[in-house]
Design a protein around this ligand. Structure first.
Ligand code: GAP
Length: 444
């Protein structure tokens, strides 16, 4: 088994080799902390987002979906507190020109002498910390002046807050109810890194749940538990998941209470999702800055109030990375190393490989027919090149849970073998039962 420090390097190389993830603009030398998803990566990430959407929107009666714009009115970010407060303390080294987060010097290395922290090498010349806003700015319209500044959203949540009355009035919801959204967010991170863990462009899967003040703590506890269960249902090892409660110094400016759902990565325990009790901070601020009333009228109780918000906020890229790290393993099989991505079948990019055992005796024809019949309904992959063992290994490395082989018995008895990625055991299944057999095993 690869040790922890090697796992990330091996995963990055597997991701490139098998078409999961590529560095952005690679032919130009790459661009800092932006990554592109290749054919398998895009399928994996779509499966993550679809599992989230199903759990949060389709399976619930009390959550509606939304897809708001990335560019918003600049006042949104004043109201939200991001213009004034979405900052990290930054220090520069005048000697090597590198930049560090002042609050993370202990976790950083000096570029000139990586065995010591920045500031500890005799040549280091660190500046005093200064605050650096993480929002990307651009201009709307042809004139590039102060009045035309707009921001790329650093979180998707604000698009939900400014639409909360639109959704409430156009749906049949009453409080408590939620709005869910998946979309891109952008942060000019000072210290991005660890592959797709911390990037400057990423996707969030956020849900804002609007509740009556006083019931917020109860809902906060429920959502914390449900979200942890969701990660476990995707197949993540329970022992590598934990909840971390924010202390007063960690709480974001909008939160009364917060928990991180953390995963134990090769580089330590890190947040993959946040669950926040945002109180009425956001709606209160938008009401104040927009001058529009955002109160909810509870007809049954004949009372008006500004709802409290419980937020669940996960990064799609971070969950994807977590699933890959958790799934990666190496095993010794018959004197050879077998690399496996042991994904839950529900999120695996390819559900099954379809192979003719040999390229003769009617097997390719039957295998092609089966492949085309399955492909209309499931992502499957046809492979007839090389020894069958090699084909299995290629599918193991791509995380494909099943391999279907058409052999001599298929021709005579219309049955195939279905080989299981994890146990490597094989079942014999009727040709006309293959789709049902796979479907039964693909659900979360
Ligand atoms: N709306 C609340 C919010 O954005 P956050 O804790 O800053 O809260 C939520 O971010 C989630 O978004 C994180 O748990 C993480 O999964 C993801 N995320 C945040 N910054 C990220 C980055 N630079 N790269 C990748 N994912 C990021």
């Amino acid at each position: 088994m690869a040790n922890d420090s090697q796992v990330m390097d091996k995963l990055v190389s597997l991701c490139k080799r098998r078409g999961y993830i590529f560095q952005s603009s690679e032919i130009y030398g790459g661009v800092g902390s932006v990554w592109d998803y290749g054919p398998l990566g895009v399928e994996l990430q779509r499966n993550v987002k679809e599992a989230w959407w199903r759990a949060m929107v389709h399976e619930r009666d009390d959550i509606e979906g939304l897809d708001a714009g990335i560019l918003m009115h600049p006042r949104v970010w004043e109201a939200s507190g991001h213009v004034a407060g979405f900052t990290d303390p930054l220090v520069d080294c005048k000697a090597c020109k590198a930049r560090f987060r002042a609050d993370q010097l202990e976790e950083s290395s000096c570029p000139r002498k990586p065995s010591v922290h920045p500031g500890e090498f005799h040549d280091c010349q660190l500046t005093e910390p200064r605050l650096f806003n993480l929002m990307f700015k651009t201009f709307m319209g042809p004139v590039e002046d102060q009045a035309a500044i707009v921001y790329l959203r650093p979180e998707t949540a604000q698009g939900i807050y400014v639409n909360y009355l639109n959704v409430l009035n156009s749906s049949r919801q009453r409080i408590p109810f939620g709005i869910a959204q998946i979309g891109k967010a952008f942060r000019n991170e000072i210290t991005p890194g660890n592959f797709i863990f911390r990037t400057r462009e990423f996707e969030q899967m956020e849900m804002q749940f609007f509740v009556k003040p006083g019931s917020d703590e109860e809902w906060f506890e429920r959502w914390r538990a449900w979200r942890l269960e969701w990660h476990q249902a995707l197949g993540l090892a329970p022992a590598r998941l934990r909840l971390h409660q924010h202390g007063p110094e960690e709480l974001a400016h909008y939160a009364k209470a917060a928990f991180d759902i953390q995963y134990e990565f090769p580089f330590g325990w890190q947040e993959i999702e946040g669950v926040h009790n945002r109180t009425d901070f956001d709606l209160g601020r938008h009401q104040q800055y927009s001058g529009k009333k955002l109160e909810y009228f509870d007809q049954a109780a004949n009372e008006r109030y500004l709802p409290y918000i419980v937020e669940t906020s996960a990064g799609a890229d971070r969950v994807t990375l977590t699933l890959m790290v958790d799934a990666y393993r190496e095993e010794q099989v018959e004197g050879e190393t077998r690399v496996v991505l042991g994904f839950h079948p529900a999120i695996a990019p390819i559900k099954a490989g379809v192979f003719p055992l040999v390229k003769k005796d009617g097997m390719p024809e039957l295998a092609t027919e089966l492949y085309h019949a399955l492909k209309r309904r499931l992502p499957v992959f046809y492979d007839d090149s090389g020894a069958i063992g090699r084909r299995y290994r290629r599918m193991d490395e791509a995380g494909t849970p099943f391999c279907i082989t058409v052999d001599g018995d298929t021709v005579s008895a219309r049955t195939v073998t279905v080989r299981h990625r994890d146990s490597m055991s094989q079942d014999r299944v009727g040709l006309d039962q293959v789709e049902a057999y796979l479907r039964e095993r693909l659900e979360v």
